[in-house]
Design a protein around this ligand. Sequence first.
Ligand code: ATP
Ligand code: MG
Length: 237
Amino acid sequence: RQDIGKITTGTNCLDTLFDGGVETQALTEVYGEFGSGKTQFAHTLAVMVQKPKTEGGLDGGVLYIDTENTFRPERIVSIAQAHEMDPEKVLDRIIVARAYNSAHQTLILEEAGPIIEENNIRLIVADSAVGLFRAEYLGRGTLSNRQQKLNHFVHMLSRIAETYNCAAIATNQVMASPDVFFGDPTRPIGGNVVAHTSTYRIYFKKSGKKRIARMVDSPHHPEEEVIFALGEAGVMD
Ligand code: ATP
Ligand code: MG
């Protein structure tokens, strides 16, 4: 079995929260309301994983499963520049797989093995992992049918992360201010399937121009909050 790797987030505060960085052989769920920084965080990791090991990366490539057309090459360019990396080379090592529907999203993962091996992929991003499932199964079929399909996807993501020594990130949008409505901000609505399968869960919250990140339910991280910012360099201290 290979050693677990860690990917620096490029920020001291989030690295502290993650106890060094985002781990391989694990699925990390990032959830929070719109605009809280989930996609920016994923873009930042897609750059940082490419850093050499001496600088907190894994010298690895990225498989970015893009479900809602949220991948932005220009953000990668600006984050790479901020971290003194060659933007062209960084973009070259990110394989973007656009998922057209939830079945296609699942198929991409089913066929990912050889792509991961050939390209030394160390990070898999499923941005808005739940979005297509949520949209497609709205008002048709049963809820359990949707949950079953989503469950299959999330378990496969987790298994691939373990098999290929990759970090897997699944982002999940939750309603704004769930704490106001439901009393517990740590519980994503309709996204519990992802929560059950995730090794680590992190909650992002807007606070004016700043953002708050909280590690939730981790067996060996302190329940802690840090404040970070979003900017040209992606997530920032
Ligand atoms: P959603 O649930 O809608 O997908 P999200 O959590 O993925 O939301 P992001 O897209 O990661 O949210 O964050 C959007 C925020 O990132 C913007 O509101 C802005 O504050 C910040 N942002 C994006 N690009 C830049 C940039 N180039 N410079 C500074 N801040 C930026
Ligand atoms: Mg997003």
